[in-house]
Design a binder for this molecule. Structure first.
Ligand code: AMP
Length: 361
């Protein structure tokens, strides 16, 4: 069985590695021949909206999936006419636009940040008046890891924020003074089987995920996160892995965004859960039974951003797993991660402090 993966970044590479024990072969589509996926499978090089490249990929595989969100929908719809394409293109369409995402959460009864669409300076002024300060102005599309965002704390911030971002459709969100950020990763298979991993705690800096700790131990939070996840999965008649990121405020979940794909906050599952998110994604899109999501210990995942930390000193820590994506270091770029799996939360936190001390500042 051959799987086509649109995008050959680290997520694609980890999907391919999870596929080999299941006798799955992969072929990637990416703009660059030396993307991480190229270390483990062939890459068709071409633009994501180039019909010829897409046709070349489709021709050589049985099924197509994607590892990143900015695939042009029209191109994917065209490809889906010749090969099954999962997760459903409609889920990707919604996730590409923060406004559609928040409208969907609202429709499904999932609490989300207060929001307003903003297409003009007048809209922005009205939205700020309605939601109040502070608030966050974001581009609706193509924003990730905190890019394309402006924090507004006083009336004088309104005009400069419009000048900085106003050339594209925007969304204004009320600022959530959250206690913590969490996410849930889960899957639904083509046969309708569902599973969910434990809710995890995420720490961001400069809008980029730094640390994930698993599992989060609130049974109430787990129940409501799973309820929200399942609503989204069923809405799309979904197949594959899906992630929802939430703010937690006074014990209540507020959905921030969803990703119709394997997710950085699920990397800990490679060594920290009975079945990884990558394997479950493949099982889900191929209609295989889903694997257990049970954590095998207390895990922490730490991203390597911009600079690679001293590998051998990290490898010397007990229960640590090292992932180098083989990418050239660049400020703000995710170039690898490590996961610690420990037998208690205390031991995990002790090891995590040692890892963080070894990271270049
Ligand atoms: P995003 O690109 O929407 O995931 O935003 C990146 C990070 O910015 C989030 O992980 C939060 O830490 C912060 N953030 C985004 N939106 C809000 C909001 N409405 N209120 C408070 N913090 C936010």
């Amino acid at each position: 069985m051959k799987i086509g993966i649109i995008g050959a970044g680290q997520l694609g590479r980890m999907l391919a590695l999870a596929g080999y024990p299941l006798a799955l072969q992969v072929r990637f589509l990416d703009t660059s021949a030396d993307s991480p996926g190229g270390q483990v499978g062939p890459i068709v090089t071409g633009a994501f909206d180039d019909p010829q490249s897409l046709a070349l990929l489709a021709k050589s595989v049985d099924l197509v999936t994607y590892e990143f969100e900015n695939v042009p929908i029209a191109a994917l719809r065209q490809l889906a006419e010749s090969r099954p394409c999962l997760p459903p293109v409609e889920a990707l369409r919604v996730s590409q636009d923060r406004l559609y995402e928040k409208e969907l959460f609202t429709k499904l009864g999932i609490p989300t940040t207060p929001f307003r669409a903003v297409d003009s300076l007048a809209d922005l002024r009205a939205a700020v008046a309605a939601l109040g300060l502070p608030c966050v102005l974001k581009t609706r599309r193509l924003g990730y890891d905190g890019k394309g965002q402006r924090y507004l704390s006083k009336p004088a911030d309104v005009d400069p924020a419009w000048e900085a971002l106003g050339s594209v459709p925007l969304i204004l969100e009320g600022f959530v003074a959250f206690d913590r950020e969490v996410s849930i990763v889960g899957a639904r298979s083509t046969r309708g089987e569902e599973c969910a991993y434990p809710v995890v705690d995420n720490t961001h800096r400069d809008g980029i995920l730094r640390v994930t700790k698993a599992p989060h131990r609130s049974a109430a939070l787990q129940r409501s996160a799973e309820r929200h996840l399942k609503r989204v999965l069923r809405h799309f008649d979904y197949a594959g892995v899906l992630t929802i990121e939430f703010f937690v405020q006074r014990g209540r979940l507020i959905a921030n965004e969803m990703a119709p794909r394997v997710h950085n906050s699920g990397h800990w599952t490679i060594e920290g859960a009975a079945t990884s998110q990558f394997e479950n994604h493949l099982r889900a899109i191929l209609g295989m039974p889903l694997g257990s999501t049970r954590p095998v210990g207390y895990s922490a995942m730490v991203n390597f951003i911009g600079v690679m930390p001293p590998r051998d000193r990290l490898l010397a820590l007990p229960g640590l797993h090292f992932h180098d994506y083989g990418k050239a270091p660049r400020p703000g770029r995710k170039i690898g991660h490590c996961t610690i799996v420990a037998t208690s939360a205390t031991e995990r936190d002790r090891l995590l402090r040692r890892v963080l001390r070894l990271l270049p500042r």
